[in-house]
Write a protein of this length. Structure first.
Length: 571
C-alpha cells in the first residue's frame, strides 16, 4: 500500500523523538506499508563521502534497525563521466566503518536501466514525454524565471510515434551528444521550475563503470531516483532539504506511471563551522594541493576522519546531538571535538611521548642502571592493563615543562624547583645549561631515591607532575600536528577579490620529530592513543618499522579561540 503523496505533514514527535521516527511510528500504526520499514542510503559514486553523509548513514541505517526493517545501499550511478569503481569501494568501506549493514541489499541504478527505459517509453505512449531538439542553453532560456512562465519547445507537439522512433534511435546511438533529450511533458507555467518539462534522458556516449558501452543514453537523477525507490520497495525516502522542490517531480513520475509510491521526507543537512562540505570545493582542495588527497586527515571526508583517528562512535554521538530538524542551521565544530574527546578519554590507552624534547641528566642516578616501572595503560580503567616503561640516568622532557624564569603559579620545572616524573621519581633542577644564544640545551637534576613510583617519602607536597621518556630507550617518530583546515568560522565566504581557498589555515599542519616510549612504536596502524598531557594521536598508514608516523586527532583542550585570534591578527 502506498502512502497518500499529498499529505507530507509529519506526526508530532514524542519527547526525545525526531519527526522522521514519529512519522514512521504513525505509518506503522496505520499499516501504511503493512508495517514495513525499508530505507536506503543512495550515494552517487563520483566522490568520497564526507561528514555530512554520516548523518544520512546513521539515519537511514538507524531507523531501519530500530523498527526491524532493512536499509539498502544503492549507488545512483547515472553519470558515467564522473563515476568510478574507486568511489564505489571507498563508499562501501566508509559505510561499514560507521556500522551500516546492508546485508544483501546492495543495488545500483544501472541495475534498472532497462526498466527505466521501458518506463520512459510508457510515458511517451501516454503523451507525457517527448523528444526535444533544443540545446541545453535553449532549454534554460525557455524555462522562464520565478516571476515569468516558461515557453513551450517547438518540438513539444511531436506525435507519440515520432517521439518513440526518435527515442529508440537515441538508444541505438544514432545521434551525437547534446543533439536531443527526452523531456517530461508537464506544465511550462508551473510555479515550481522543476516541473517545467524537466529532462529525463540525455545522450552521452561514454563508457559506464558497470554497463560499459551498452548505453549511449542515461537517465537523469530525479527520474531515476524515485523509480529506483519504487522498484526496491522503499517505504520512506529520506533526503536533505535541497531536494524538497524535487519531491513534486518524484510524486509526478510515480503517480503518472501508476506504480508503487514511497514517500519522500526531507531533513536538514549537516552544516559545520570551520569546514566546507561541498563536493565541488573538496575537489578544489585536492586538486589545488592544499591537502594531500581525499584521505588527508584535515579533510572532512570520512576516510580523512578515519585516518586522523576519529572514532565512529564519536561521529554517531555527534549526529545524535545534532538531531533531525526540518530547518537548516550550522553546528559548532567544537561539538564534534567534544564528542571525539569524550569517547577517546574513556577508551584510548595513555602512553608517554615528547614532541619538543629537552635533555635531562639525573646526576645522582647510578651510571648504567636501568629500572622498569609498571604503568597503567588507563588510570581510570584497569581493564586496559599495564605496560613496563624503562627509566635511566638520561631522560627527555617537554621543553615547555621548564622555565628559566617561571611565571607565578608555574608548577613545572625551573631552577631549584622539584617536580614528579610520572610514575617514576621526584627530581629537582640543580642547573640549566644555556648556549651562546641563550637557549636552554640541557638540565642537570637530582632525584630522590625514596620517591620511587612518584610517591612522596615524607609527605611533602609536589604540585607539578610531568611526563618523560628514557633517552636510552626512546623511539623516534614523525608527528603530524594537525589543526583545523580553516581558521575562520565560515570558510564558504571568500575574502574580497579571492576564493574560499584564501581562507585555508596556513598552519593546519606542522611536522615534528617526537620521541616515544617503545610501546608506542609497536601499536597497530589506525590505533588511537593519548600522548599523556599532549592530546590524542593515531598511528598513520605511512608508518614504517624504522619511522612510526602519528597523526594528532585532537588536542586535550579546545583550540578555536587561539586559531581565530591568529587569523584576526593576520588579517
Amino acid at each position: 500500500m502506498a502512502a497518500d503523496s499529498t499529505d507530507n505533514t509529519p506526526e508530532t514527535p514524542a519527547p526525545g523523538e525526531d519527526f522522521i521516527r514519529a512519522q514512521i511510528r504513525r505509518d506503522n500504526a496505520l499499516g501504511t506499508y503493512d508495517g514495513r520499514v525499508h530505507t536506503r542510503f543512495p550515494p552517487e559514486p563520483n566522490g568520497y563521502l564526507h561528514l555530512g553523509h554520516a548523518k544520512s548513514i546513521f539515519l537511514n541505517f538507524g531507523v531501519a534497525s530500530e523498527f526491524g526493517g532493512r536499509c539498502n545501499l544503492r549507488f545512483d550511478d547515472t553519470n558515467p563521466t564522473k563515476e568510478d569503481t574507486e568511489y564505489v569501494d571507498s563508499i562501501r568501506e566508509d559505510v561499514r566503518w560507521l556500522g551500516g549493514d546492508w546485508q544483501a541489499g546492495e543495488y545500483y541504478a544501472s541495475d534498472y536501466f532497462e526498466r527505466l527505459y521501458d518506463y520512459a517509453q510508457q510515458l511517451i505512449r501516454m503523451g507525457k514525454a517527448y523528444v526535444d531538439d533544443l540545446s541545453a542553453d535553449e532549454i534554460r532560456e525557455y524555462r522562464g524565471t520565478l516571476t515569468e512562465p516558461g515557453r513551450e519547445s517547438p518540438w513539444r507537439g511531436r506525435s507519440v510515434e515520432e517521439n518513440l522512433d526518435l527515442f529508440r534511435r537515441m538508444r541505438a546511438g544514432e545521434f551525437p551528444d547534446g543533439m536531443r533529450v527526452l523531456r517530461a511533458k508537464i506544465d511550462m507555467a508551473a510555479p515550481n521550475l522543476v516541473m517545467r518539462d524537466p529532462t529525463l534522458y540525455r545522450i552521452r556516449h561514454a563508457a559506464h563503470h558497470r554497463t560499459g558501452d551498452k548505453w549511449p543514453i542515461y537517465p537523469l537523477y530525479d527520474y531515476t531516483h524515485c523509480l529506483s525507490d519504487s522498484l526496491e520497495g522503499v517505504t520512506h525516502s529520506l533526503c536533505t532539504l535541497e531536494f524538497a522542490n524535487n519531491r513534486e517531480l518524484y510524486d509526478w513520475v510515480l503517480d503518472t506511471l501508476g506504480i508503487y509510491h514511497p514517500r519522500q521526507y526531507e531533513f536538514a543537512r549537516l552544516n559545520v563551522t570551520h569546514t566546507v562540505l561541498s563536493k565541488r570545493k573538496l575537489i578544489q582542495l585536492v586538486e589545488s594541493g592544499h591537502v594531500r588527497g581525499w584521505d588527508d586527515p584535515r579533510m572532512p571526508t570520512l576516510c580523512g576522519l578515519r585516518r586522523r583517528g576519529v572514532p565512529p562512535e564519536a561521529l554517531r554521538e555527534f549526529c545524535a546531538r545534532v538531531g533531525m530538524a526540518r530547518a537548516n542551521s550550522t553546528v559548532e565544530y567544537a561539538m564534534l571535538e567534544f564528542c571525539i574527546r569524550e569517547h577517546l578519554n574513556a577508551h584510548a590507552p595513555r602512553l608517554m611521548a615528547v614532541l619538543d624534547p629537552l635533555r635531562v641528566i639525573i646526576e645522582n642516578y647510578p651510571q648504567g642502571q636501568v629500572e622498569e616501572f609498571d604503568m597503567p595503560l588507563h588510570p581510570e580503567d584497569p581493564s586496559h592493563g599495564d605496560r613496563k616503561v624503562s627509566f635511566a640516568r638520561e631522560i627527555w622532557i617537554e621543553r615547555d615543562d621548564f622555565r628559566l624564569e617561571p611565571p607565578k603559579k608555574y608548577h613545572r620545572l625551573s631552577p631549584g624547583a622539584e617536580v614528579r616524573l610520572r610514575y617514576a621519581y621526584f627530581i629537582t633542577c640543580r642547573e640549566a645549561v644555556v648556549d651562546a644564544r641563550g637557549k636552554v640545551t640541557e638540565l642537570r637534576c637530582l632525584y630522590d631515591p625514596q620517591s620511587r613510583g612518584g610517591q612522596s617519602p615524607d609527605g611533602r607536597r609536589v604540585k607539578g607532575t610531568i611526563h618523560w621518556v628514557s633517552a636510552l630507550h626512546a623511539r623516534e617518530a614523525e608527528i603530524r600536528l594537525y589543526e583545523q583546515l580553516f581558521a575562520v568560522e565560515n570558510p564558504d565566504v571568500a575574502p574580497e577579490g579571492g576564493t574560499f581557498l584564501d581562507n585555508v589555515n596556513p598552519h593546519s599542519l606542522r611536522i615534528a620529530r617526537g620521541l616515544l616510549e617503545p610501546a608506542l612504536a609497536n601499536i597497530g596502524t589506525g590505533v588511537s592513543v593519548q600522548f599523556e598531557r599532549l592530546g590524542y594521536f593515531c598511528k598513520d598508514k605511512d608508518s614504517t618499522p624504522e619511522m612510526p608516523v602519528f597523526n594528532r586527532t585532537i588536542s586535550l583542550r579546545d583550540t578555536w579561540a587561539k586559531l581565530e585570534k591568529q587569523q584576526t591578527t593576520r588579517d
